[in-house]
Design a protein around this ligand. Structure first.
Ligand SMILES: CC(C)(COP(=O)(O)OP(=O)(O)OC[C@H]1O[C@@H](n2cnc3c(N)ncnc32)[C@H](O)[C@@H]1OP(=O)(O)O)[C@@H](O)C(=O)NCCC(=O)NCCS
Length: 266
């Protein structure tokens, strides 16, 4: 089936960044749309590439994407209860396959995925764990895929749609200090700050891989970042011996954040 290979032949761009902490160059390559890819380069952060995935309904794309999935992914796609969940999954997973195949340099058929203890997916090539970091998030019509050569990596995106139970969510997710700051805001400002902080925390727990089995209210976002800084390097007592780079990559259309493990000094 030609569509299974079509993404390998598409024009690519190379995004090249210096790893300041290690003093060497690593290449992150991704596909640039020359025809009808539904994903596009969104942002580069050091050696991390973030790709935006367009999740608007499109039967042609969904059919093409489905043809790239393996048997296990196909069964998972069938188990989703709603067409919206199916669409998000298939469009993000096929884009992820295209990006990882290009980056690793393997055919689609060699690539498979497994999930770690708390559900975080990792890639296998011909049955062996691939040496690449990635994470995926989707919300509404937007998906984000972050890819890096090494280091634990998390990404989260949330459309800023009004939430009915905002007070309960604030109660469960934020520290007393964060709560007081959010509660001092009203209306749109509160919603904006809520999603910003939410995505930062979720990117962190996704990078760590334990998801919401962690007590996120105890992972307080550093003050600089709460006050508007878009990037910080920080540590949390719940995650000893690891420093994290947190980056707010939100736009007008959605809140979004990336968390990446900072390499220990060599
Ligand atoms: C993984 C989790 C943290 C994120 O879920 P989510 O926000 O619903 O979904 P997202 O779109 O951001 O991420 C889903 C993707 O994350 C990846 N993922 C799944 N488990 C993961 C884990 N433990 N760690 C990192 N990534 C994970 C998968 O690739 C998944 O996409 P896929 O199933 O299409 O492959 C999930 O555990 C969860 O329960 N979320 C609930 C949201 C919430 O209450 N957040 C509180 C704010 S901090």
């Amino acid at each position: 089936m030609t569509s299974r290979y079509s993404f390998v032949a598409k024009e690519q761009i190379d995004v090249f960044h210096r790893r300041a902490d290690q003093g060497h160059h690593r290449r992150i390559r991704w596909l640039m749309s020359d025809t009808d890819c539904w994903w596009d380069p969104f942002k580069s952060i050091g050696d991390i590439a973030v790709v935006h995935v367009d999740l608007i309904p499109d039967q042609g794309r969904e059919a093409e994407a489905l043809a790239w999935l393996d048997g296990e992914e196909h069964s998972r796609w069938q188990r989703f209860q709603s067409p919206v969940a199916q669409r998000r999954y298939v469009l993000c997973r096929a884009a992820l396959r295209a990006i990882l195949c290009r980056q690793i340099g393997c055919p689609n058929e060699s690539l498979a995925f497994q999930a770690a203890n708390h559900g975080k997916p990792f890639a296998l090539v011909d049955g062996l764990p691939a040496s690449i970091s990635f994470n995926v998030s989707h919300s509404g019509n937007h998906g984000l895929i972050a890819v890096a050569p090494t280091g634990r990596l998390g990404v989260d995106v949330e459309e800023r749609a009004p939430r009915r139970n905002l007070e309960n969510l604030i109660e469960g997710v934020f520290s007393p200090r964060e709560k007081a700051e959010l509660e001092s805001l009203d209306g749109c400002q509160q919603l904006y700050a809520f999603f910003r902080s939410w995505t930062i925390k979720e990117a962190l727990v996704k990078a760590y891989g334990k998801g919401l089995s962690m007590k996120v209210s105890e992972l307080e976002i550093p003050e600089d970042m709460r006050r508007g800084a878009t990037r910080c390097i920080c540590q949390f007592s719940q995650i000893p011996d690891t420093a994290w780079c947190l980056e707010d990559i939100g736009t007008k259309a959605f809140a979004a954040a990336v968390a990446h493990e900072v390499s220990p000094p060599s």
